[in-house]
Design a protein around this ligand. Structure first.
Ligand SMILES: [Zn+2]
Length: 201
């Protein structure tokens, strides 16, 4: 960590007072409580509090890991989402769709179908649907991660086009927090899309 404060003032201050650190990656200043800084300040090899944000941390490490692990970014995002492979809204949508379209064969969270992950795939309709959160639209995990996500999204669209799969995305970036009530509009949107293709058949 890069400290940006007077060490004597730091030593004489109460534990919950915040002190300024500088980001190793972008140089931006951010503050952390003395109590937390104290644990690592005498440990120069520690990576703790080196970065101002998750975005900067990912930006800094992304290149190194992406070579060995194409899913590195997905894993970080999963970790951020409390290690759940599938989000609450994905599970909610799955439950609602099975309830609504009893006879239809769904494949949820499939990565084998086209080489990219599809949240919902309906083979009989040649239909793929992704539920896209904020990180698909804004660089909340840093610039590099955003570029990577956008690149992957574009390739996925292309792959679907090549395979003749109808592909739709549901933009859920307006949802601040999952609740069944705020998720229902997305379920309805998906139901409408599926109904459109069912009627076309
Ligand atoms: Zn930074």
């Amino acid at each position: 960590m890069i400290t940006n404060f007077d060490i004597q003032e730091f030593n004489e201050s109460p534990n919950n007072k915040k002190f300024e650190l500088l980001c190793n990656y972008c140089g931006k200043s951010f503050t952390v409580k003395k109590k937390k800084i104290s644990k690592y300040i005498h440990n120069p090899t520690s990576k703790k509090y080196c970065f101002c944000s998750l975005g900067c941390r990912i930006d800094n490490f992304l290149d190194k890991y992406i070579e060995n692990d194409d899913n590195y970014l997905d894993k970080i995002i999963q970790k951020k989402e409390k290690n759940k492979k599938r989000s609450k809204i994905e599970l909610f949508v799955e439950e609602k769709l099975i309830e609504y379209f009893g006879g239809l064969n769904f494949i949820f969270d499939s990565s084998n179908t086209i080489g990219y992950n599809l949240d919902i795939y309906i083979p009989s309709l040649n239909l793929g649907i992704d539920i896209n959160g904020l990180h698909h639209y804004k660089p909340i995990f840093g610039k590099k991660a955003f570029e990577l996500t956008q690149d992957k999204d574009k390739k996925k669209i292309l792959e679907c086009r090549n395979r003749g799969i109808n592909y739709h995305t549901i933009n859920i970036s307006n949802q601040k927090r999952f609740t069944k009530e705020t998720s229902q509009i997305y379920v309805d949107e998906i139901i409408n899309i599926i109904n459109f293709y069912l009627l076309k058949k």
